[in-house]
Design a protein around this ligand. Sequence first.
Ligand code: SF4
Ligand code: SF4
Ligand code: SF4
Length: 302
Amino acid sequence: MKKNRSSFSILRWILLLLILGFVTANAYFHQHPEILGKTASVCALCPTGAIESFLYWIRTGYFIHRIALSSLILLLSILVTSFLFRRSFCGQFCPLGTLQELFSSMGNQIKSIGVLRKKTKKDSFRWTKYIVIAAFIAVPWFTSSLFFRSIDPWVAYAHITTLEIFGLFLWGFLILLFSLLGSFIWDRFFCKYLCPLGGFLSILSPLGMFRIVRNTTHCTSCNKCNVVCPMNIDVCHLDEITDSECIMCFQCIDACPNAECLTISSRAGTKISPSLVALLTFFIIIGFVVITTITGHFQWLK
Ligand code: SF4
Ligand code: SF4
Ligand code: SF4
């Protein structure tokens, strides 16, 4: 049966842009305390900070300077989404992923760039992000500092309205520029090779309850799923997508002409729609933030 799933795509983009807009505004207010006072820094609101600070926290009982309980709360909320929907944080929430996808979409619109875009099979260099996450865990433990802060593209993005972008955060800014401009041609370059949080969530991905399943009876081998997959997964030749590179963005499901072909299913056979996964991912993370804000554990102020 032919289908129209564009409502999922609209919902997904509304949520993604809402999140991106919110964190961008928060970063702006932090850099300009004359507007709202001292709001929390990007590090205090970044789940990766909790990973960086974890061993130090175990050793000393404190977080590394700039990291707050908020980072750990965000990480815990993401872990809950991961145990349900694998890397749905990457495909349905992460603002840095959204930025890359926006640039990819722009690249798709420009014909002269379109010819440069290559859809290749998954390459064998994805292990690089595991080196990055190992370094993000080990080095801050030894140095008792956010050692990689100045080269972190997300921290650089949060300082984009300050002159520090050409000073302390120059390398992070260059990595950000390379990743975003590179997204004109390569989908999610930073996610594939450099992201520590992406590496961490890839390791946990096999624990996720739900995954995409391909019904071979309905598949016409049209290859549309492979063409749109930003992580270059060979969807149209797999029975189930358990690849830890899958970011659960569901663009393959959206592109598939047959509604019965690609579905999201638990191992027990429970099916769930892409829109519900997007909404649950959003509300689980926002729910953690709202509840811990009410209890006074989520730190919005510096
Ligand atoms: S891999 Fe990293 S940057 Fe990419 S979507 Fe996931 S957390 Fe965000
Ligand atoms: S888009 Fe759907 S029908 Fe086409 S190859 Fe992929 S799974 Fe099969
Ligand atoms: S397999 Fe589908 S859900 Fe997974 S990354 Fe590719 S397009 Fe997204």
